[in-house]
Design a protein around this ligand. Structure first.
Ligand code: ZN
Length: 232
């Protein structure tokens, strides 16, 4: 049901893009000149075809500098993402978390303090998840274990809480600050329909991530991708 809805929304978005493109191309045509007959044939105006839906996710926030900048880029393009937040940071900056939610973004549980859950006892794993949720004020639908470190025990703890474990499929390693264009190009080289893209709004200087996001969203759209929102 929700997949079908996302697909429909995606097709509608692609159609809107195509209509906007068509109106741009048919607006003020330049008058014909003497050079016109020898000009190369115009490339056919093929509208951007819907290529699939991809999802943006942001880990390790909220951060007082970077999270509002990420939000501002998302708002600029009218897209939303899932923010896998640390309970500790939520407890420091609850208003930033509220602001994300007020613009339709979703929050996921990324634990209280970012431990490798596979090294903890089941009691400690549960404590990490509960403590984050008490800072947040509710139980989010999605959990992302720090470092993506999980196993069947962690997965079943998450499932027993009625939650979904959400990892990622595209990781440009933005946290290592490889350069804005490296982040952009790594995503573009690996993105597929349904990709879950991992970015970070916390844990250090995220200026490259913010700059990359501003380039990435229009480039993904130009390839026919729709930025969707995971059901978290
Ligand atoms: Zn993390």
């Amino acid at each position: 049901m929700s997949t079908m809805r996302i697909t429909l929304i995606g097709r509608m978005a692609a159609l809107v893009t195509a209509l906007a493109l068509a109106s741009t191309l048919t607006s003020p045509a330049s008058p014909p000149t003497a050079a016109a007959p020898t000009a190369p044939p115009t490339v056919a105006t093929v509208p951007v075809a819907y290529a699939g839906t991809v999802y943006l996710t942001f880990d390790d926030g909220p951060h007082p500098t970077w999270t509002p900048r990420v939000l501002s880029i998302l708002r600029k393009y009218g897209v939303r993402g899932v923010f896998f937040q640390l309970g500790q940071n939520v407890s420091y900056y609850p208003s930033i978390t509220r602001s994300l939610r007020s613009y339709g973004n979703l929050i996921g549980n990324h634990t209280w303090s970012h431990p490798n859950l596979t090294t903890l006892s089941t009691t400690s794993v549960t404590w990490q998840l509960n403590k984050m949720e008490s800072a947040l004020g509710y139980r989010p639908r999605c959990v992302r274990p720090p470092y993506g470190a999980t196993n069947s025990r962690i997965a079943s703890i998450i499932a027993s809480r009625g939650q979904r474990q959400i990892l990622w499929t595209v990781d440009p390693r933005d946290w290592s600050r490889p350069g804005t264009w490296t982040i952009v190009n790594r995503v573009l080289a690996n993105v597929r329909p349904g990709s879950r893209i991992l970015l970070h709004d916390g844990g250090g200087d995220r200026s490259q991530t913010v700059a990359a996001l501003d380039i990435l969203i229009p480039k993904l759209r130009a390839r026919g991708y729709v930025i969707g929102l995971m059901a978290c």
